[in-house]
Design a protein around this ligand. Sequence first.
Ligand SMILES: [Zn+2]
Length: 127
Amino acid sequence: MSAEQPSTVTLATSDHGVVTLPEPSWCLGHAIHDPETQYADIIHSSPDITLTFRHATLMTACLVQSPNATPRAAGLGGPTPGVSVYPLGESLDPVQMYDLAARIDVYADQLRDLADQLTRILGGVDR
Ligand SMILES: [Zn+2]
């Protein structure tokens, strides 16, 4: 019995014809694929995690990798997997993601401080 074969995906491209490449386990898949996509523009993406409040999408993030892209400037994607963050419009590395999460923690504290202040104002304690 052999080890489990790695997963692959076969896609049409406008410049390299039909290509087969390794499919990361975290990739959502390529059910919606434009055959006019260029080889270098093939991108693996995980499902988005989304922060919404009422009807507004405040932030989304997902794993991304463009395995055939030439390495680009930091934060603009490429063959190294990263986390794409909207509306930032950049792909972040793990250290940057922990920094973002820490800043969101601080922001959440500031929101709670505002709610506390508003409660005091509405209660007539603080004018
Ligand atoms: Zn994929």
